[in-house]
Design a protein around this ligand. Structure first.
Ligand code: NCD
Length: 313
């Protein structure tokens, strides 16, 4: 694996091997010293051209746990403000001699475009509405841990599918790993055409909530809407929110997920966020081990038995 930009670039066995490796890194994170020398000497730049809390922190920690040198680069405090183009910015960073570039950008396709301007390996940390492949992997990992496997599982994605890169990546990863996916949401927040999407569409949340293994709630991406697509938050919650009543209908062994940041009381009621079926904080915790696995597959020797870099702690 030289880059990790789009789930569609990787087949099921590759995705599974990332999840297996993430299990090993998750064990490393349980140790007294949760660190391995696997990427010592490698330099990773986190180039975030769009705001982020958890994804950036998670990558930062993952890279440090692998002993890489990490440089944080924020668009807000860079020469982009002085009018430098994205291409010049990337070429400038690359000229300093870096190995990996973790990129988040508001434009779909940015991560693919950047591949042409640098020799560094690119890891996509979210590009516009298009892809958020590391989120999909940590979601798949979380489901596998809770349910044993994704094979034959029924996963519901609820909400703003249209503006969601998480939904696009999740659908690809979950179906590649053997799950079936149903989507539901307000008509105005579903893609105008679902051609090429291997999903079923439900007409209401209440119709399907009683029969799913995973109920995944997406954030309403108001910052990506150019017009008012929703009557109100209250109306949304009534139709598509995970209310306390709906949580009762969800099977006892089901998993509740959300990529964060969560709008409590809109997508998920505050009481439900504390339900034992809710895996939101596990998703965040698993993100570090999964991103270690991805950074290692892209930048490291790639062999499982070398994750300690030869020096077991
Ligand atoms: C997601 C994102 O930024 O795409 N958040 C995240 O990375 N955890 C989802 C979102 O913003 O809704």
């Amino acid at each position: 694996m030289r880059h990790f930009v789009d789930i569609a670039d990787h087949d099921a066995s590759e995705l599974t091997s990332v999840l297996d490796l993430a299990e090993q890194f998750s064990n490393v994170l349980e140790r007294d010293v949760p660190k391995v020398p696997a990427l010592r000497g490698q330099t990773i730049v986190l180039a975030f051209f769009e705001d982020s809390t958890r994804t950036r922190t998670s990558f930062d920690l993952a890279a440090r746990r692998l002993s890489a040198d990490v440089i944080n680069f924020s668009a807000g405090s860079s020469s982009l403000k002085k009018g430098e183009s994205l291409r010049d910015t990337i070429e400038t960073i690359s000229a300093m001699g870096i190995d990996g570039l973790v990129v988040r950008h508001a434009s779909s396709g940015a991560a693919t475009q950047i591949r042409q301007w640098t020799d560094a390996s690119i890891i996509n940390a979210g590009d516009g509405w298009h892809q958020h492949p590391t989120q999909a992997m940590l979601d798949a990992f979380t489901i596998r841990r809770r349910l044993g496997s994704l094979e034959g599982k029924h996963i519901l994605l609820c909400g703003d599918v249209q503006h969601s890169r998480v939904a696009r990546s999740d659908v690809q990863a979950f179906t590649a790993l053997g799950a079936s996916v149903t989507i539901v949401g307000p008509r105005t927040l579903l893609p105008p055409t679902l051609e090429g999407w291997p999903v079923e569409v439900a007409t209401s949340l209440d119709e399907v909530i009683g029969e799913v293994d995973v109920a995944y709630f997406l954030r309403i991406q108001k910052e990506r809407m150019t017009e008012a697509l929703l009557p109100s938050d209250r109306e949304y919650r009534r139709e598509f929110g995970l209310t306390v009543d709906r949580a009762h209908k969800l099977p006892a062994g089901a998993v509740i997920m959300h990529p964060g940041p969560m709008n409590r009381g809109v997508e998920i009621d505050p009481e439900v966020a504390d339900d034992p079926r809710c895996a939101v904080l596990e998703q965040v915790a698993n993100g570090v081990a999964v991103r270690m696995a991805i950074l290692y597959r892209v930048l490291g020797p790639g062999q499982f038995d070398e994750i300690d870099g030869g020096a077991r702690s």
